[in-house]
Design a protein around this ligand. Structure first.
Ligand code: FMN
Ligand code: SF4
Length: 436
């Protein structure tokens, strides 16, 4: 075990992250040692079973949004008769997230180690790394890293990089499977689940790239080391993209359960009073800004507020921003990101987005907010994927947190702040830059 890594509590994944460019294989190994599980040689079945057990004991849960226990998914793929495929999900469709991009651009060997280990652990035959079409730097970084691994004969697992559309839904797992099978790349009805029949009709393990990076470290340092940080229910560290009214927005590694106030302080503090916090991204939950100093970042501690970290996103909306305008803009964008195949999603989200725009404009009929709540209940769990559920969660929390502002707009129409440029990033006008 690396004494350097033992001594350092945080950062774990981000240790040694270069300011520019990517960490080379040599630098990566100098920091993390070789993986002590037969990596680079033919993996024995025994090693693979050992790794899944370690991941289970570590209590690792997926970092792609749903926080599903990683070992359960690995076992499901491993027990299928056909040889599986592992997909590293780096699609990162959430506009307010940058963590996967940072990992792929700066620390590609961590992701490739984790993916390669997952291939061995579930008895799969190849690793497919999915990245957005526009992610040129990540693509370059992966190509360089794969070249180094081949030259150094470090890894024998076949790896291919696949480009996926720059769409919010591209990273939903059944959409990824559809894309990799030559289909339209939109979510499909499940079952069969990808672990039963996914890419090339083979059992497919789909993991977020951060999840794989954690697997690379658990294989080296063990489950007890992993559990030294975090909470009993949610052990370990997590990458989090912090943005909005923050002095130094960017990607930070936190311990699960860490106070949000400490994180904001470490990021240079807020640049204005915080009106509201958006946790979990655009399928997440708005919370009142006054919670910034008291909230702790773990599933258990966020549960009473109905919030989750999802793919690790915290946005701080400034006091100067208009909560109604920001909500209207994101809801419209989410409605346009529908894959257009489930009626309740296509029509329901569009109707809700229009109603919010009418509330903002002051042209909505009396009782519109109640109607939005009714429409929301009609689209929930009615799609092939969770997109409508996420969108109505975002909208319902906005109606509650910005209740006074919504009432004001309904009476008087747009406010002065409605004309300000939006603070929430959308692909057409991103505000974020990677910072570790
Ligand atoms: C609308 C939607 C979009 C998603 N986008 C992503 C994404 O961009 N990246 C990702 O890793 N997971 C995304 N997911 C979650 C994946 O479906 C899947 O749960 C995840 O990749 C599994 O990896 P994990 O177990 O390591 O979290 C999305 C889910 C939904 C419903
Ligand atoms: S619920 Fe919406 S986004 Fe999901 S598959 Fe159906 S139409 Fe597409």
């Amino acid at each position: 075990m690396s004494t350097q890594a033992q001594a350092v509590r945080l950062p774990r994944l981000l240790i040694g992250t270069p300011d520019q460019g990517q960490m080379s294989l040599r630098e990566h190994l100098a920091i993390h040692d070789e993986i002590p599980t037969g990596h680079g040689r033919r993996h024995k079945r025994r090693d693979a079973v050992g790794l899944v057990e370690s991941i289970e004991r570590a209590g690792l849960c997926g970092r792609g949004g749903a926080a599903f226990p990683s070992a359960v998914k690995m076992r499901a793929v491993a027990k299928e008769r056909r040889r599986g495929i592992v997909v590293a999900n780096g699609a990162e469709g959430e506009p307010a997230s940058l963590k996967d991009k940072l990992l792929l651009e700066a620390l590609p060997h961590l992701v490739l180690d984790g993916g390669s280990l997952a291939v061995a652990a579930v008895g799969a035959s190849e690793l497919i790394v999915c990245i957005p079409r526009s992610a040129k730097t990540a693509r370059h970084s992966l190509t360089q890293a794969l070249g180094e691994r081949e030259r150094e004969r470090y890894d024998s697992v076949p790896v291919r990089v696949e480009l996926v559309p720059d769409r919010y839904l591209a990273g939903q797992e059944s959409a990824l499977v559809s894309h990799l099978n030559g289909g339209p790349g939109v979510p499909t009805l499940t079952p069969p689940m990808p672990f039963e029949r996914g890419v090339q009709k083979r059992p497919t393990l789909i993991n977020n790239v951060e999840t794989l990076a954690h697997i690379a470290l658990i294989a080296r340092y063990g489950p007890e080391w992993f559990r030294e940080l975090g909470t009993p229910a949610q052990p370990g560290s997590a990458l989090l993209t912090l943005s909005g009214a923050i002095e130094y927005p960017g990607v930070y590694e936190i311990e699960h359960g860490a106070p949000l106030g400490d994180l904001i302080e470490a990021a240079g503090g807020s640049t204005s009073e915080i009106k509201a916090l958006l946790l979990g991204g655009y399928s997440g939950t708005w919370l009142p800004g006054m919670l910034a100093s008291t909230l702790s970042l773990s599933t258990e501690q966020l549960a009473p507020y109905g919030a989750v970290l999802g793919p690790g996103i915290v946005m701080a909306l400034s006091e100067e921003a208009c909560g109604v305008a920001e909500t209207a803009q994101v809801t419209r964008w989410l409605s346009e990101e529908t894959a257009g195949q489930c009626g309740p999603c296509v029509h329901g989200l569009n109707t809700i987005a229009t109603a919010i725009e009418e509330l903002q404009a002051g042209t909505a009929a009396t009782g519109t907010e109640q109607r939005i709540a009714r429409w929301a209940s009609m689209v929930q769990r009615r799609g092939a994927c969770a997109h409508p559920d996420g969108t109505v969660r975002f909208v319902a929390s906005a109606l509650s947190v910005f209740a006074e502002e919504f009432a004001e707009h309904a009476r008087h129409g747009p406010c002065a702040a409605c004309a300000r440029p939006s603070e929430l990033p959308l692909p057409s006008h991103p505000h974020l830059a990677v910072a570790a």
